[in-house]
Design a protein around this ligand. Structure first.
Ligand code: PEP
Ligand code: MG
Length: 893
């Protein structure tokens, strides 16, 4: 018989490892329940049920009975029935996916209230006002999220009620006013949804469950998932939880807390508390909260209990947790916990703090940070010494230094950023509808809300600079302006600067300085006591963990001594790609021009001879900068026309000269050469090894320069370790011919100088044919370096210079891929070619050295892939070396 699938789990049945099935919220509610913490009883409907519903449009057949059974059990436990007239059990119906999507999906509170049970609730609570306020909230929330009624209609009715009463805040409305409002709300529902607000509590609950399922696929949820790279097919779980009330008077309230500071990692009391309020009020940042520490004076018993629970949670999860709680008439209830989001700097600090506390080991510490966070810490910061006009200070919600033009709505943020402007999104507070504006902006500034407001949570998640709760700024979104203390008005389009690490807001553009982490890698800053150094200390330790763990070596793509030295300081273990074409630019271009234009062998040899000492000098510098470490020098790769003047410019010059009857002999020759060398698809044309084969003497000149430079370094008691790399090889024959010539030159230099240079010769694997025939190519190559830029270009048939700007946005929007294959290695396509080439190459030559030097070498996800397929090293630009080291360490854990 087929075992029946279980779609509903009581909170006592789950645990924190069941996030796939129960969602993050459900899994952690279960975990807390089983830890014996005060969680209001309830149950979770699985993501599997959601998936069936979303796929078929109907809930699974077994769901209804399962929900009934769990509801019965819940009612028995609570001693009252859902919506019971004299004493109703009320429940919340909350979404909760595997990955947190703050505010993206729906929640309905106070399910179970009806015209009858509202009376019972009033009696039980001894509070008419509370009961009617709860009922009007239910109709409002239910009307908007379940029945699709425009939420503004309820807001307007609420405003009208306040206006009629001449009051400004809704807490001043009395029971009778709220009762009238309920009647008004029900009329709105009837008119807009074409049905009555359901009085049957079970119907309320079932409809709310379906609404939560449906909210998985709202536009804003989809956008958020795309941004956060959360798969679209996971579905959400639904948590049905007995209601507790934070709005039953001054001895009630609701709050959010962190077990340590999510911005610095410091231990202490961090959070916000709002007296006499219901949960959503805090997260929405609508009313201003008090710091959690004040709870100690408001309600010492609950405060002490909360502190103890927080310690239990940290020790249990061995990580920073964030918490939502409610106090109902002096009784503390835990409504949610999860391993909390944190800033990049805090991630590093917390990981090392937890190691010091003995809660986690080095390997686990590496899992608590990532390369993207490290990259974020390497961003520059505002120059503290700059002359600036500080106009406000809010809460440092998400670090970074952002400069841009102030815009006051998301639509403008998106529009302006599309046209290339940098913008700061300024709002009173943000809500989920602001998501695309937040994505488009350099930073976000709000005048209300705390560290746990929507803006703060979402910005931190995106790694975007955010200052929130800057209360002295008067933001007027309607008139698109804000007034700063002293009366100055910032209009839409005015430049402002915000510092997400200090919370400071400045007028104009503040200059930026390098980050302390970069100063550390540069060797200009060391561990110490103040705040920045604490971060440096943590980074230093985590990098040491990674270096101990990793198997992949990390090299740099660098073409000159300066970059090479920086790369070395950043931890590079050699150069994986020196692009020699970069040595032929500037004033040497003319020499290359002469080489290309040479009509006779003598002319060609003359220009090569002029280039030789220059190349040699470059290599001497490079080898001495990288003394003792391998340096892979790639012979000339790009199409020759890249060294010649632009065809249009040159044509104009020739035409002008002709009309003026001036002499233009040289330009004419150049123009002819440009025409001769013009190609429709230069990237598929005369470049790489093909150049070496058709331009006599070019590659041998480069090989001679390398060999002579190495010999010179040896003579100077240096330790040069040059590797010669041939680009764009498609067949072993090409490599064999070049190799034969190169070996001859090397032998010659060795003989003349009397040194053994130990130069190795290898090739790039950057064409599909090279990858497919890697077994043959390895016969003639001592190493492979995967050129994943060209390999991606040729495997997909995507022009690497064009497609990202032309149609990739459409591809990303359609979900054809989640990230550009030029950024993160396409495992299934390009990656599988890399994998089979590795295997074939090693089969031919077991000691074949294998690396990658395409842009992917510094991309976190790709580094994990290269580790998995067994490369020896990755090579990337100097600034990405720390990230590659870290990710190589993480990949090896
Ligand atoms: C590559 O193709 O991946 C590569 C490293 O070479 P280039 O980017 O210079 O073509
Ligand atoms: Mg290439």
């Amino acid at each position: 018989s087929v075992e029946a699938v279980k779609f509903v789990y009581d909170f006592t049945e789950g645990n924190k490892d069941l996030k796939d099935l129960l969602g993050g919220k459900g899994a952690n509610l279960a975990e807390m329940t089983n830890l014996g913490l005060p969680v209001p009883p309830g149950f979770t409907i699985t993501t599997e049920a959601c998936k069936v519903y979303l796929d078929s449009g109907e809930e699974p057949a077994a769901l209804r009975d399962e929900v009934s059974a769990h509801l019965d059990a819940l009612e028995a436990k609570m001693g009252k029935k859902l919506g019971q007239a004299d004493d109703p059990l009320l429940v919340s119906v909350r979404s909760g996916a595997k990955f947190s999507m703050p505010g993206m999906m729906d929640t309905v509170l106070n399910i179970g209230l009806s015209d009858k049970s509202v009376q019972g609730l009033a009696k039980q609570a001894g509070d008419d006002r509370f009961a009617w306020d709860s009922y009007r909230r239910l109709i409002q929330m239910f009307g908007k999220t379940v029945l699709g009624v425009d939420g503004d209609l309820f807001e307007e009715a609420l405003e009208a009620a306040k206006g009629a009463k001449k009051v400004t805040v809704d807490t001043e409305l009395e029971a009778a006013d709220l009762k009238k409002l309920v009647t008004r709300f029900k009329k709105i529902v009837k008119a807009e949804a074409g049905r009555d607000f359901p009085q049957d509590p079970r119907e309320q609950m079932d409809l709310a469950i379906h609404a939560v399922f449906d909210s998985w696929n709202t536009d804003r949820a989809k956008l958020y998932r795309r941004q956060e790279r959360i798969p679209g097919d996971l579905g959400t779980a639904v948590n049905v939880c007995s209601m507790v009330f934070g709005n039953l008077g001054p001895d009630s309230g609701t709050g959010v807390a962190f077990t340590r500071d999510p911005a610095s990692g410091h231990q202490g009391v961090y959070g916000d508390y709002l007296q006499n309020a219901q949960g959503e009020d805090v997260v929405a940042g609508i009313r201003n909260t008090v710091p959690l520490a004040e709870l100690e004076t408001i309600d010492k018993k609950s405060y002490d209990q909360l502190m103890q629970i927080m310690e239990t949670l940290e020790n249990h999860y061995k990580d920073l947790c964030d918490i939502e709680f409610t106090i109902e008439r002096g009784q503390l209830w835990m409504l949610q916990t999860r391993v909390g989001k944190r800033t990049a700097g805090a991630a590093f600090r917390i990981a090392t703090q937890l190691v010091d506390q003995g809660l986690i080991d080095e390997t686990e510490a590496l899992q608590r940070v990532n390369g993207a966070q490290l990259a974020q810490l390497m961003f520059p910061r505002f120059d503290e010494d700059a002359k600036v006009e500080k106009v406000g200070r809010g809460i440092a919600a998400s670090p970074g230094a952002a400069v841009g033009k102030a815009v006051f709505d998301s639509y403008t943020a998106v529009k302006w950023s599309r046209s290339g402007e940098k913008v700061i999104l300024v709002r009173r507070e943000t809500n989920p509808d602001d998501l695309d504006g937040m994505i488009a902006a350099e930073g976000i500034l709000t005048s209300r809300g705390g560290k746990t407001s929507h803006a703060a949570v979402v910005a931190r998640g995106m790694g975007k600079t955010c200052v929130c709760g800057a209360e002295e700024l008067e933001v007027d979104t309607k008139r698109r302006r804000m007034t700063v203390p002293g009366g100055h008005v910032v209009e839409e389009g005015d430049l402002i600067s915000i510092d997400g690490s200090s919370g400071k807001v400045y007028l104009g553009e503040v200059p930026v300085v390098p980050s302390p982490v970069v100063e550390y890698f540069e060797g200009r800053m060391h561990a110490g006591a103040n705040d920045a150094d604490e971060l440096v200390e943590a980074v230093h330790r985590i990098m040491a963990f990674a270096d101990r763990k990793r198997r992949l070596r990390v090299r740099a793509n660098a073409d000159n001594a300066e970059d090479a030295l920086r790369a070395r300081r950043f931890g590079a273990q050699g150069i994986g790609l020196c692009r020699t074409e970069h040595m032929f630019l500037g004033d040497r271009r003319e020499l290359v021009e002469r080489l290309i234009l040479a009509d006779t062998q003598a002319e060609r040899e003359e220009s090569l001879a002029a280039l030789l000492p220059l190349q040699k000098k470059d290599f001497v510098e490079l080898f001495s900068a990288m003394d003792g470490l391998p340096v892979t020098v790639r012979l000339l790769d790009p199409p020759l026309h890249e060294f010649l003047p632009d065809i249009t410019e040159l044509s104009v010059r020739v035409a002008l000269a002709e009309s003026r009857q001036e002499s233009h002999e040289n330009d004419l020759r150049l123009l002819q050469a440009v025409h001769r060398l013009h190609e429709q698809n230069p990237m598929l044309g005369l470049r790489g090894v093909r150049l070496g084969l058709v331009i006599p003497g070019l590659f041998t000149m480069q090989v001679r320069a390398i060999a002579e430079a190495a010999a010179e370094r040896k003579a100077a008691k240096g330790d040069p370790r040059a590797e010669i790399m041939i680009p764009l090889v498609g067949t072993v024959q090409e490599l064999e011919i070049v190799r034969e010539e190169a070996d001859q030159v090397i032998a010659e230099v060795q003989e003349v100088t009397g040194t053994d240079l130990k130069l190795s010769i290898g090739t790039m694997i950057e064409l599909p044919r090279a990858a497919l025939t890697a077994g043959q190519i390895a016969e003639a190559a001592e190493f492979f370096s995967f050129g994943t830029n060209d390999l991606t270009q040729t495997v997909w048939g995507f022009s690497r210079d064009d497609v990202e700007a032309s149609f990739f946005t459409a591809y990303l929007e359609k979900g054809i891929f989640g990230v550009s294959p030029f950024e993160t290695i396409d495992r299934d396509g390009v990656g599988s070619l890399v994998k089979s080439a590795v295997e074939a190459g090693r089969a031919t030559r077991p000691d074949l050295k294998l690396g990658v030097c395409g842009e992917h070498g510094g991309d976190p996800e790709s580094v994990h892939f290269f580790h998995e397929v067994g490369l020896d090293y990755v090579s990337c630009s100097p600034f990405r070396i720390p990230v590659a080291r870290l990710e190589a360490g993480r990949a090896a854990t």
